[in-house]
Unconditional design. Structure first.
Length: 98
């Protein structure tokens, strides 16, 4: 699946980088991520990763090596946000902890 990551890498605003999802359910460090080859740098980590249908499928979170980056699946991010909006401050391990 082709995807794009949006953000401001290295303070270059409104940047887009393209890539391919190599594994949509990569398990790493007891968490599930979307693995892709989009370029992730300081500034676009935390930005959306979007498929070619314009759907946000994840939030860029981690560059492992050149050509290997991870994104938090959007369903996981939404789940955490819903709990926070309800006032649930109970600590649990999520992909956001990494």
């Amino acid at each position: 699946e082709f995807v794009v990551a949006l953000g401001s890498p290295l303070r270059f605003e409104n940047s887009v980088t393209a890539g391919i999802v190599s594994n949509p359910k990569r398990k790493w460090d007891d968490m599930h991520y979307i693995q892709s080859d989009v370029s992730v740098h300081t500034g676009n980590s935390g930005g959306p990763i979007v498929n070619m249908d314009g759907q946000v499928i994840g939030i860029t979170s981690l560059k492992v090596a050149d050509g290997i980056s991870f994104a938090i699946p959007i369903k996981d991010a939404i789940s955490v946000l819903r709990k926070l909006m309800k006032g649930d401050r109970q600590r649990e391990k999520t992909t956001l902890d990494n």
